[in-house]
Ligand binder design. Structure first.
Ligand code: AAL
Length: 414
């Protein structure tokens, strides 16, 4: 992609530096090094090329192709699905995996549990603390992506004492060289607020299983935070540690550049409120083989915003949908190397916990893979269900009743 900038970045840097030293907080007049064409001035509606506000300077830094185009932008709507994905009282179905197509049918995997959640106030050994607690991983198939048939359990919780004995949930699917891989979150009993969450892996030669589980987690939280006191308080810390010192979540493995990139959400011990939301970041761990060992990138975190991981290959790099938390929430980003992400579009919002349509031709357009897929929604705190979503690109903006290309007569306007 061409990368046309309005301004010479070095010149801009000098202009900004000289502005910052001003003491009267007046808009900076030192614009002699900023080059703006008449067309740029007209498009941005700038009154005076020699009097640039901070907002105009930021606008001038934007990538021209992104500003004038909408390749990366989308709007979306969510709709009900049929069959076993219609809402069912008493059952939690959430965090659908990507969709793949096998044997002429679409497949998805998801977290499934039953009954309400009691939270952390009672007996965390016996209660269900979250809707995603006491889950197994189930799967469903569909001929058309609308009506789904629940097929049964794919991966069950482990036996008492195993690292995944309490819940297995928030799963993703990867198919590579004829083998299917499910990666998912795991929790060991008891599910206290300080319990660490890990990532497990299962593999099979068929999407219908049987699945073989990894004996150990393939990813664990950083071990460099220090809790303060013995009380079950996840905000009380002596040291927070790395961005993923508490939980590694939402794993998604992408075959990339001959290796396997495991993208994940990190939660930190002593999580704080930042930018009006939760302190959530993303990281990546890389392996030579699908089963690992996965080594965390020294560049982590690779995003300071977002929530559930939603990543796809595009144009030799990796694209990422950033939702829910952080200063860059509701943006679509892209990294030419899978690590260094830049914002490509700001979106109005996006479906949560997306199950991407991996059957799409994701090279056709940057967000082609988002044209339709799965999401979950909260019916209420206890119960979530899987719904469909579709997106479209904004083609024009007109008022109600205006027909593009039609000449308006005086009578039409009455
Ligand atoms: C989701 C994900 C993870 C969290 C919970 C279940 O949206 O971020 O999976 O643990 O919420």
């Amino acid at each position: 992609m061409k990368n046309i900038k309005y301004i010479l970045p070095i010149a801009l840097g000098i202009a900004f530096t000289s502005c910052k030293t001003e003491t009267n907080n007046a808009p900076c007049d030192d614009n002699e090094k900023i080059v703006i064409t008449d067309d740029q001035q007209d498009f941005l509606g700038i009154t005076n090329k020699d009097k640039l506000s901070a907002a105009s300077k930021r606008a001038l830094q934007w990538d021209e192709e992104l500003v004038r185009g909408n390749d990366w932008f989308f709007k979306y709507e969510v709709y009900d699905l049929k069959g076993d994905f219609a809402y069912e009282e008493g059952v939690v179905r959430r965090d659908p995996s990507a969709i793949i197509k096998e044997n002429g049918k679409y497949y998805t995997w998801y977290s499934r549990s039953t009954g309400p959640s009691q939270g952390f106030g009672g007996d965390v050994v016996k209660d269900k603390v979250f809707p995603w607690d006491r889950c197994d991983i189930w799967y469903a198939t569909s001929e058309d992506g609308i009506t789904w048939k629940e097929e049964g359990i794919a991966v069950a919780r482990g036996k008492a004492g195993e690292y995944d004995d309490r819940s297995v949930f928030t799963v993703e699917i990867m198919k590579h060289e004829g083998i299917y891989y499910l990666c998912y979150q795991t929790v060991k009993n008891p599910y206290s607020v300080r319990v660490k969450n890990q990532v497990g892996l299962a593999w099979s030669t068929s999407p219908n299983g049987p699945w073989t589980k990894s004996k150990e987690p393939i990813l664990s939280p950083a071990d460099n935070g220090i809790w303060k006191g013995e009380e079950q308080d996840r905000f009380a810390v002596i040291k927070k540690g790395d961005f993923d010192s508490h939980k590694v979540h939402d794993p998604c493995i992408i075959p990339y550049k001959g290796k396997f990139y495991l993208y994940y959400k990190g939660e930190q011990m002593g999580e704080a409120i930042t930018f009006g939301g939760r302190q959530i970041r993303h990281g990546v761990a890389i392996a030579d083989n699908p089963k690992g060992p996965y080594v965390k990138s020294p560049y982590n975190p690779i995003s300071n915003s977002g929530h559930e991981i939603c990543v796809w290959p595009y144009n030799g790099g990796i694209a990422s949908l950033i939702t829910t938390d952080g200063p860059e929430k509701n943006t679509v980003q892209w990294a030419p190397d899978g690590i260094n992400f830049e914002i490509k579009a700001v979106v109005k919002g996006a479906p949560h916990a997306i199950g991407l349509n991996r059957t799409a031709d994701n090279e056709k357009e940057p967000t082609e893979i988002l044209r339709w897929g799965l999401t979950h929604e909260y019916k209420n705190y206890n119960y979530q269900y899987i719904r469909g979503f579709k997106t479209s690109r904004m083609q024009y903006h007109t008022a109600k009743g205006v027909v593009k290309g039609k000449k308006i007569s005086v009578n039409d306007q009455k």
